[in-house]
Every structure is written in C-alpha cells, then in structure tokens.
Unconditional design. Structure first.
Length: 95
C-alpha cells in the first residue's frame, strides 16, 4: 500500500510541477490556462488519492472525495471564465 501511495504522490507532484512549468513556458495565455487546469487537476487528484490511501478512514475518504468533486467541477468553469474575460479584454484593447 505504501508503494501505491508513493507512486500517487510522486506522479501527482510531477503533474503539478508540469502545470507550474506550463504556466511559465507556454507562449499563449490560452495554452497557459489549459496547461494549468488539466495538469493541475490531475496532479491534485493524484495527491488526494494518496491521502485516501494513507488514512484509509471513511470520514477522511468522504471529505477527500468531496474535495475532488469540487475541484473537478470548478476548475474547468474557472478556466473558461478566465479565457472569456481575456478574450473580451483583448477585443476592447484593439478598439
């Protein structure tokens, strides 16, 4: 069980690092948003899965599942709204 937990932590940390690196290295703001939301969500999900494996408790598992659902539901919506605001701002800046 510890090996699976370590794999989840290392992989989740890697995806979170890739998300942070994507924000710094990608050329376009829309690609930066995409990199942060996709890799960040997977990274946080894997880290939270490691938390479930570590505690193996019903109370902790239910809270972590709630956190995962919240992140999965809100991250795409926040990225979409951020992209929409940037698009509107760019159109106004051209005029």
């Amino acid at each position: 069980m510890e090996i699976l937990m370590a794999i989840c932590l290392i992989t989740g940390t890697f995806f979170t690092f890739v998300a942070a690196l994507g924000i710094l290295k990608m050329p376009d703001i829309y690609i930066r948003i995409h990199a942060a939301t996709k890799a960040g969500t997977v990274g946080i999900g894997l880290i939270l899965l490691a938390v479930i494996l570590f505690f193996m408790d019903t109370a902790v598992t239910s809270r972590v599942v709630g956190i995962m659902l919240f992140i999965i539901m809100t991250t795409p919506a926040a990225a979409h709204l951020l992209g929409k605001i940037i698009l509107i701002y760019q159109k106004k800046a051209k005029n």
